[in-house]
Design a protein around this ligand. Structure first.
Ligand SMILES: NC(=O)c1ccc[n+]([C@@H]2O[C@H](COP(=O)([O-])OP(=O)(O)OC[C@H]3O[C@@H](n4cnc5c(N)ncnc54)[C@H](O)[C@@H]3O)[C@@H](O)[C@H]2O)c1
Length: 328
């Protein structure tokens, strides 16, 4: 089976590649990535997959694939800030190209959207109204870009007759995630291990449900293979809810670190375009009912695995990593 993963050298892309190589007999992977946000070493993939370093929007249609997973996107609270004003256009341009690829070869397309499409905080399920809050900011542009991409792909799927499923991941964590574009878990680990303050935005009161990347990509594959054509599915771990302040304390304890927790005003640090939701929690009843998928890795086990990853890297390696920044 020939499988294309766009954004295949990124955090979730590489976890997905590992999962498919292990679980799909005879699978032949093509990974396209322009390395715009990926700083993750992909040497392990060189003899296991075809790797194309290029912008996916420029990939000619016409190659034949049996499955397409579309992950390429501007990502991360800091990653998107640097592209403010162009984020939604990037997301929709890439989605159109994914739709054209699927239309040309008739391959089922799985689009990786985001939980950021939900306008309200708290428990979020696929049947909710997707109201747009009265706010302007880069994060809103990201949300609307993802929502527009979902819509345009549904219309392209109906027009050209390809199978489409959509996944909305909630916060993922795992080994090899980069702090460079603003993800909180790697930022806290890197700061805790270096004895630097752990930055808390908004007092660290935001609640997130972190799902290990291995569970997230298993969810993507389950939806691609068993999801209902045209449907949209949350993928996340509601049982792993935690406030960012408690997460910081847990990571500090795991690293046996003396780092202080430091309140930081993100707007002062990153400007008025910075926005984030106060609480997010996925309903996963629909994905479980249609595909049988459930997350398996609880928060403590997930954090222990990430801690093992950082412990293996060691402090000197962390000091020289290009992706260390002080931000959540
Ligand atoms: N990590 C999360 O918590 C999370 C949550 C919700 C949704 N998502 C979605 O999952 C997908 C993967 O995210 P990730 O966390 O692995 O981030 P990531 O930045 O590690 O992966 C995205 C990859 O896409 C690549 N890319 C970006 N623009 C490209 C382009 N024009 N052409 C080719 N490649 C391009 C980047 O270089 C990167 O390797 C994204 O669509 C993201 O919106 C992630």
């Amino acid at each position: 089976m020939k499988i294309l993963i766009t954004g295949g050298l990124g955090f979730l892309g590489q976890h997905l590649a590992r999962h498919l190589l292990r679980d799909v007999p005879g699978c032949r992977l093509t990974l396209i990535d322009n390395l715009s946000s990926s700083v993750i070493d992909h040497a392990w993939l060189r003899d296991k997959a075809e790797i194309i370093i290029d912008d996916f929007a420029a990939m000619p249609v016409g190659r034949r694939f049996d499955r397409i997973y579309h992950l390429a996107s501007p990502v991360g609270s800091l990653g998107i800030l640097s592209m403010s004003g162009y984020v939604a256009k990037q997301i929709t341009d890439l989605a159109v190209r994914a739709g054209e690829m699927a239309a040309a070869c008739g391959a089922p397309l799985l689009y990786v959207s985001s939980s950021e499409v939900y306008g309200k905080g708290g428990p979020q399920s696929e049947g909710d109204e997707l109201a747009v809050p009265v706010q302007t900011g880069t994060r809103m542009e990201y949300s609307l870009g993802k929502l527009s991409a979902e819509h345009l792909l549904r219309n392209m799927a109906a027009r050209y007759g390809f199978r489409l499923t959509v996944v909305r991941p909630f916060n993922a964590l795992g080994e090899h995630q980069s702090s460079r574009i603003g993800f909180v878990v790697p930022t806290f680990f890197e700061h805790a291990m270096a004895g630097k303050p752990l930055p808390l935005f908004h007092g660290g009161n935001q609640v997130r449900c972190f799902c290990h990347a291995e569970d997230v990509v298993r969810g993507m594959a389950a939806v691609q293979e068993r999801g209902v054509d045209g449907e949209t599915y949350n993928v996340g771990h509601p049982g792993n809810a935690i406030s960012i302040r408690d997460l910081a304390a847990k990571i500090r304890a795991l690293c046996d670190s003396d780092s202080i927790l430091e309140s930081v005003d993100p707007v002062e640090r990153f400007g008025p375009s910075y926005l984030e939701a106060s609480a997010k929690s996925p309903s996963i009843e629909k994905v479980h009912a249609d595909t049988g998928w459930r997350p398996r890795i609880d928060l403590d086990s997930a954090l222990a695995r990430v801690h093992g990853y950082y412990s293996n890297l060691g402090a000197p390696a962390l000091e020289h990593r290009p992706d260390r920044v002080a931000a959540t």
